[in-house]
Design a protein around this ligand. Structure first.
Ligand code: GLA
Length: 366
């Protein structure tokens, strides 16, 4: 009897505790809130990188429509997927994303027209397997840009024209890619000129990562200044913003935005995610015992970092014309496979069940 009584008392206590815990949560976070895009309506469009698959998933599509008003195709418009052979384009996925955006009144950022990765082999080689000449490569680039930009003219408001042309080695300037080996720096200038000719209304971006690190910032600045000074039609710089719990610092972020804005360029945050692990460039395998837990400490640090960066974005609302997250929720992120394949990451505002995380609340509370 006594035992049963104690058990009932325990269960009652547990129920009360649980309830008050939930009440606390409900108290600190309202049950129903506006979407991110509405909270930020007077600041900048809120974007997200998507695949056609995510748009076909009812729950993810609903989350997107509530929170975002701009889409970036995560992969569908990259050269490899969209132009796999010289005389063949694969439009299906890109078309599906643009059609979804049109149907729901969302903007689209095109990504990207010229990059050293996810680029088809045929582009750089002739039929005998030899590297093509500069004239041939530039002609191929022009055909590609004419077709892709032309197809979506009026439906895509901004393009990442050149992606990641700066070398990873801080003592070097331009990346020694096949683009560079064959064309020198001219491929950058030409890519912007071709894109501008194909759609004079489109806003054209140079896009890169680690742009807040002083050494990289200086080299990106040097390139942008050269382009601006020679009247190349570049309108903005994309800070990819693949960041982590301690990077960038507020100071580095502010200095970067100010420095690029001083060239008269707009700034967009194009691929935002905040990894819960430190930045690593080289892919490697999971180490024995390496943890992939999202601890409360990490959640708190991540929320603080999100709060800090959005605070800076709001300060610079006259310069920042878009903020795009790289993926929708922690259910799927490219960071689950890169740089460590199989190490779960939690870099976004929504968790694996598409529910808002602590970081989300920091971004909407200001
Ligand atoms: C770079 C590219 C993106 C994407 C990410 C990884 O940042 O610009 O298109 O490939 O890497 O998903």
């Amino acid at each position: 009897m006594n035992k049963t009584f104690r058990l009932i008392k325990f269960l009652l206590c547990a129920a009360v505790c649980l309830q008050s815990n939930n009440a606390l949560k409900a108290q600190s976070h309202p049950a129903e809130v506006k979407g991110l895009k509405d909270v930020y309506a007077s600041y900048f469009p809120m974007g997200v990188a998507v695949s056609p698959r995510s748009l076909n998933d009812t729950a993810q599509a609903a989350l997107i429509l509530k929170n975002f008003n701009s889409l970036t195709p995560e992969n569908a418009m990259k050269m490899g997927p969209i132009h796999p052979e010289e005389n063949r384009y694969y439009w299906k996925d890109a078309d599906a994303i643009v059609a979804f955006a049109q149907a729901h009144g969302l903007k689209v950022r095109g990504h990207n027209l010229c990059w050293h990765e996810q680029t088809p082999k045929w582009l750089f080689y002739d039929k005998d397997g030899k590297l093509v000449t500069k004239a041939v490569l530039l002609k191929r680039l022009k055909n590609h840009i004419d077709s892709v930009v032309g197809r979506y003219k009026g439906k895509i408001y901004a393009w990442d024209v050149v992606n990641e042309a700066i070398d990873d080695n801080s003592t070097k300037f331009l990346r020694n890619s096949l683009w560079y080996k064959i064309c020198g720096d001219e491929f950058i200038v030409k890519a912007f000129e071709y894109a501008h000719a194909a759609d004079p209304q489109a806003v054209l971006f140079y896009n890169d990562y680690n742009t807040e690190r002083p050494e990289k910032r200086e080299r990106v600045y040097k390139l942008l200044k050269m382009l601006v000074d020679t009247k190349v039609p570049v309108n903005g710089v994309g800070l990819q913003a693949h960041w982590s719990l301690n990077e960038p610092t507020q100071q580095d972020l502010m200095t970067t935005i100010q420095k690029f804005a001083s060239l008269g360029l707009k700034v967009q945050i194009t691929e935002l995610d905040i990894s819960v692990y430190p930045w690593e460039k080289e892919p490697r395998s999971l180490r024995p015992g390496e943890s992939s837990e999202f601890t409360p400490e990490k959640e708190e640090q991540q929320a603080k970092q999100y709060a800090m960066v959005f605070n800076v974005f709001r300060k610079f609302k006259n310069v920042i014309t878009g903020v795009t997250f790289w993926n929708i929720s922690d259910k799927y992120t490219w960071l689950d496979t890169y740089p460590v394949n199989g190490r779960k990451n939690y870099p976004l505002l929504f968790d694996q069940n598409l529910q808002p995380k602590e970081a989300y609340w920091q971004v909407v509370k200001f």
